[in-house]
Ligand binder design. Structure first.
Ligand code: PLP
Length: 267
């Protein structure tokens, strides 16, 4: 027996039965980085490593009860929110978070999967912008989600600033889904803060890279890292996972979330 309790991370996300994305990605990434994950499932999806075929949302009351049980018992040091699936679940999660002085909250605003399938109801977008983003420490939209939520017009900067205007503290605008030779991620923060990091574009398509990154950052925040450092280290960890990715099925590659660490190169 040991008295040493790892930092606890409450994870609110959906299940992907292929084990590539969703809760499995979240559990593996947080565990690999030394945190104790507390998983609250919002939805069951039917998918393989190529496509998502169906999303069934859990009853919002049941999602809220799971989260309340965890928050009442465990010393939650950070919260990661992934797929919420519908507006009712979004509202229920917002209510729970509003009841507590919350630790850092990372929201990965999952709307579609890597193959383009719709994973969340369009009405969730309003709940994200109005109820959940104001409670967030960090948002991690990909380019498509940033366009959907931050507006079709404008550029990355103006869209990210629109998300910050909801009350979120930081936005990490991810660029892996842009048609660019390299991958550029930009961290926007208080005032005029912008920090761009560039990564070599690795060959192949990946399932669960966004979940891995958001969960890694959350685990690092839970262990006391400041946002900028957690974002930098989380990206390095995810890049290593992708460098060592494997292909368990017939579709996309899956990040190897338990791996030997090397010195990850920035592009
Ligand atoms: N959450 C769930 C439950 C999913 O099924 C998916 C994608 O399939 C995602 C999140 C987002 O995955 P990614 O990390 O590839 O953006």
């Amino acid at each position: 027996m040991s008295d040493a309790v790892p930092p606890c991370v409450l994870i609110i996300s959906g299940n992907d039965p292929s084990g590539g994305a969703g809760m499995t990605a979240d559990l593996q990434a947080t565990s690999a980085l030394g945190a104790h994950p507390a998983p609250v499932i919002t939805s069951l999806t039917v998918q393989d490593t190529s496509n998502a075929y169906r999303v069934d949302a859990v009853d919002p009351g049941l999602v809220a009860e799971q989260a309340r049980a965890v928050l009442a018992d465990l010393p939650v040091a950070a919260i990661k929110i992934g797929l919420l699936a519908d507006a009712g679940i979004g509202e229920a999660v917002a209510e729970v978070l509003e009841e507590h002085p919350t630790p850092p909250v990372v929201i990965d605003p999952v709307l579609v999967d890597a193959g383009g399938a719709q994973l969340a109801e369009r009405s969730l977008e309003t709940v994200l912008m109005e109820r959940l983003f104001p409670l967030a420490t960090l948002l991690t939209p990909n380019a498509l989600e940033l366009r959907r939520l931050g507006g079709e017009t404008g550029d990355r900067d103006s869209r990210a600033r629109r998300l910050l205007a909801t009350g979120a503290d930081w936005v990490l605008a991810k660029g892996a889904d842009e048609d660019t030779p390299g991958v550029e991620n930009a961290l926007y923060g208080p005032g005029e803060f912008v920090e761009v990091s560039r990564w070599r574009r690795l060959p192949g398509d990946y399932h669960g890279s966004g979940c891995t990154l958001a969960s890694a950052i959350t685990a690092l925040l839970a262990s006391g890292a400041a946002v900028q450092r957690a974002v930098a280290e989380g990206q390095k960890y995810t890049y290593e996972c992708l460098m060592q990715a494997y292909r368990p099925g017939r579709g996309q590659f899956v990040p190897r979330r338990f791996h030997e660490t090397h010195e990850a190169e920035d592009a």
